[in-house]
Design a protein around this ligand. Structure first.
Ligand SMILES: NC(=O)c1ccc[n+]([C@@H]2O[C@H](COP(=O)([O-])OP(=O)(O)OC[C@H]3O[C@@H](n4cnc5c(N)ncnc54)[C@H](OP(=O)(O)O)[C@@H]3O)[C@@H](O)[C@H]2O)c1
Length: 334
């Protein structure tokens, strides 16, 4: 009999999640049926949407989330033993999973990890996975950046934002990032090639943009929402484009936070604002991943991972990520 550990919600989150909101449980897994695989998690992803999807936070339910896992037993065609697969199976170290085409899934269906060559497997949860696809298509297909334009990215030192800023630089934009610490700001400027970066906790964003982009901002990739985004959008020039990726300023609040209105700027400067889910480009996944992998191999894009060791420390990694402790992608090595 195979045993598994899972991390369940012990208490519904009030504001920022805390360690005592989680507990570890053991369970015995059933034998495999046709169409199923047994997987062992190698890395578990911690992501902001796990906080945002509040209807998934029932007491006793396994915490939602994705992982990259090794197939150790298989009764499913196309999922051979030994291959790695990314699946939204939650915070579990072992899982018996249905992988048939009709199996319901949280955000994406189980996907085999392609050959990454010398690149680490964990990247399939980061720049070569969902956050990478989010950055690549969410920026290029919505912001349509042109050489010489001014691009602003919030959440700039995170999994998505750090890649968006580098793509913007590759496309010939002047790149301005906002992140939550001086160390992150230094990293963005000195390692990732952002032209300007600011600590949004200690800088007046409107003043900073007036200084470094006096004629206005052309494109904005919005990871955070709230007052920072109002400041950026109110600093845009005619025909600006805004890709609305996330709104982490509001994820821990019971009510939606308030911010300065942006409609005046949107109307008179004829801005285009568009929200998206990365899954819109599911059928172009390989295209996005191949391009990102090529840029990494060519040294044009850098990535960083904040790796927490040990399955039992997954809540710690999650809580820390929401508080901004991560540089680049936050993952847990099981
Ligand atoms: N639309 C989609 O399909 C899609 C897909 C993936 C992700 N997303 C969204 O993209 C955003 C970034 O996700 P990610 O995976 O790359 O996470 P991440 O940026 O790697 O990690 C979250 C970061 O959010 C920042 N943060 C926390 N509270 C904040 C606040 N009140 N104001 C401003 N920043 C705050 C922290 O950085 P600081 O130190 O800078 O504060 C933290 O490191 C999230 O909003 C997420 O929901 C959307």
């Amino acid at each position: 009999m195979v045993k598994a550990r899972k991390i369940v919600i012990a208490r519904v989150f009030q504001g920022e999640p805390r360690m005592e909101d989680f507990r570890i449980q053991e369970e015995e897994l059933p034998p495999l049926r046709d169409g199923q695989i047994l997987v062992e998690a190698v890395y578990i992803s911690v992501d902001p949407y796990q906080r945002a999807l509040k209807d998934k936070h029932q007491v006793g339910s396994t915490m939602i989330g994705s992982q990259v896992a090794r197939i150790v037993e298989s009764r499913a065609a196309g999922f051979p033993v030994g291959r790695h697969v990314v699946g939204y199976w939650g915070w579990r170290d072992r899982t018996v999973a249905d992988v048939g085409p009709d199996t319901p899934y949280l955000l994406s269906p189980p996907m085999l990890v392609p050959d990454l060559g010398r690149l680490p497997l964990s990247l399939s949860l980061g720049v070569l996975g969902m956050p990478g696809i989010t950055a690549y298509f969410g920026f290029l297909e919505i912001c349509h950046p042109k050489p010489g334009e001014i691009a602003v990215v919030s959440g700039a030192a995170g999994a998505v934002g750090s890649i968006v800023g580098q793509i913007a630089r590759l496309k010939g934009c002047t790149v301005i990032g906002f992140a939550g610490s001086d160390a992150k700001v230094k990293w963005l400027k000195e390692e990732l090639g952002f032209h300007y970066a600011f600590n949004y906790k200690t800088t007046d964003a409107k003043e900073a943009l007036k200084r470094v982009a006096p004629d206005g901002v052309d494109v904005y990739f919005d990871n955070v929402g709230g007052e920072l985004s109002s400041a950026v959008i109110n600093s845009m020039r005619m025909w600006g484009r805004v890709s609305i990726c996330g709104a982490i300023t509001g994820y821990n609040s019971a009510d939606l936070p308030k911010a300065t209105i942006i409609q005046h700027a949107a109307v008179f400067r004829q801005l285009r604002l568009e929200g998206f889910m990365y899954s819109r480009w599911h059928d172009r996944w390989d295209e996005g991943i191949s391009q990102l992998a090529q840029w990494i191999r060519e040294g044009k894009i850098k990535y960083h991972e904040t790796v927490t060791d040990g399955f039992q420390n997954t809540p710690k990694a999650f809580v820390g990520m929401l508080q901004g402790e991560n540089l680049g992608k936050a993952v847990v090595k099981v």
